[in-house]
Design a protein around this ligand. Sequence first.
Ligand SMILES: *[C@@H]1O[C@H](CO)[C@@H](O)[C@H](O)[C@H]1NC(C)=O
Ligand SMILES: *[C@@H]1O[C@H](CO)[C@@H](O)[C@H](O)[C@H]1NC(C)=O
Ligand SMILES: *[C@@H]1O[C@H](CO)[C@@H](O)[C@H](O)[C@H]1NC(C)=O
Ligand SMILES: *[C@@H]1O[C@H](CO)[C@@H](O)[C@H](O)[C@H]1NC(C)=O
Ligand SMILES: *[C@@H]1O[C@H](CO)[C@@H](O)[C@H](O)[C@H]1NC(C)=O
Length: 487
Amino acid sequence: MRRACRRAGDARLSVKMLSAISFVLWSLALVSCVRGENPAVQLALTDKGLQTVRHFAAGVIQDTLSELELPEVSGHIMGVHYFLSGMKVTKLDFPEPEVHFCPLSSGLKLSVIGLSVALTGDWRTHVGFIYDQGTFNLAVFDLSLNSVLGLDMDSSGRLSVSSVSCYTDIQSVDMHFYGGASWVFQWLVTFFQDHIRDRIQNKICPCVDSAIEGLERYLQALNVSVDVNSVMDLDLPLTDPPTVDSDSVNFGLKGEFYCRECHKDPPFVAPSFFLPVHSDYMLSVGVSEYSVNSASFAYYISGHLQALVNDSMIPPYCPIRLNTTSMGRFIPQLVQLFPDLLMVLQVYARQTPMFSFESGFVKLDLNSAVKAFVVQANKTLTPIFKLHVDSALRGKMWVDSEKVKSSVKMDNFTLSLASTEIGPFQTDKLESIAKVGAGKAVDMLNKYLAKGFDLPQTRCAQLLNSVLSVEEGFIVFYSDAKFQSPF
Ligand SMILES: *[C@@H]1O[C@H](CO)[C@@H](O)[C@H](O)[C@H]1NC(C)=O
Ligand SMILES: *[C@@H]1O[C@H](CO)[C@@H](O)[C@H](O)[C@H]1NC(C)=O
Ligand SMILES: *[C@@H]1O[C@H](CO)[C@@H](O)[C@H](O)[C@H]1NC(C)=O
Ligand SMILES: *[C@@H]1O[C@H](CO)[C@@H](O)[C@H](O)[C@H]1NC(C)=O
Ligand SMILES: *[C@@H]1O[C@H](CO)[C@@H](O)[C@H](O)[C@H]1NC(C)=O
């Protein structure tokens, strides 16, 4: 039985159940371990979510139990050696287990009440040199199980589970032997029934514990860092042990993006935020400004927020070209100093572009610089001036058909001369033309954003009925999910 439950527990049951639980942890999947930080991502599983996971898991357990191959059982009772083999479940009455949040033990309380199961199998006995064999029917009535699963965090920020308590009871066992000289042993049946009942009863909690150990091993093997793209990873260890209250469990995750090459912490700290939990949805997920800004910082520090722009990158329909003749309309001295030469612009962020979440909208402050060079006939680049371009974008975000969509508009755009190698010049005309260009870029961006981004999905869970709202300092995302077996 131990072998069977190991097999069932580790290999299939716990993997399937875990896919449901790991979904909870990795559902954001967009997304070093220092204690005492505020989580930048919070995830709450509500009772509705828990009941859905339970319903899914019950189906998996039912399927697993009915296909369960029971190992041979042997023992002896009153001088009779017995072997029970080839046992098969013929009928299973598996009431849906109940699962509740258990704040007292900081975990989940699981109970199964009134499980009944009927088995058939073969028996063999020997007493001294007398061997005999036949078949048997076994019915187990009203098995109940109460187990408390504790949720905690280990030193590396992984979710850790343990068995806090386990209790089982079997009301009665009914057993009939057929074939052989079974009547010879019929007198043993009464003793045998109690004996088998105790044996089954004593095996159940070790089975539950071993399934929980399997779960724990699975969790220990999970990577708390997710590979996001070629630039950055997302660190998702827990920052605190999960908090369990009567109608939800809340996981606080670090939720920091970091540049893989430099692995540098952003120069700002994660503020705390309170995740509002909506009991009508299975999941509530909050992502703070910090998480998004850490991604922005990772791009910035890894040198990805810069570009070299040359004339061939300017759309052909654009009347303004990147050469001194064309730019001479705005900067008269260029024409005399560098007649008819091509120019290149080095555009870069002067500091980390910062997002801020305000009730109903997202703001982005972009402070960039543009360094202009003239391309000499011998290809050397001669610096001519540097501009500061500061802009602010304001956007809305929503979820439509399980895609995150957004739209942005330019809030502010200013351009000023930061330094010049060719003497001062007026920037107003340049600013107006740049504003038009930036407006065109925002239109293109909006076309792209309107297509939306798919919500993260995992192989075994699909998000449904998702809504998103932008709050002061964080965005919160409410969703239901549909589970499917990964097998
Ligand atoms: C965890 O993920 C990170 C980033 O994707 C990777 O660098 C690291 O090797 C992984 N660790 C393990 C044990 O898989
Ligand atoms: C402009 O830059 C692109 C990309 O860096 C490059 O392929 C192209 O040759 C450049 N054009 C000129 C005229 O320098
Ligand atoms: C510069 O742009 C003007 C159009 O504004 C074009 O007539 C001229 O040929 C360009 N010069 C170079 C060097 O590309
Ligand atoms: C390239 O040409 C410029 C302007 O004619 C000159 O000042 C510079 O020294 C030249 N550089 C090289 C490496 O020849
Ligand atoms: C736009 O930016 C300028 C300069 O930073 C600032 O003075 C102005 O208040 C900003 N306007 C808005 C509407 O934010």
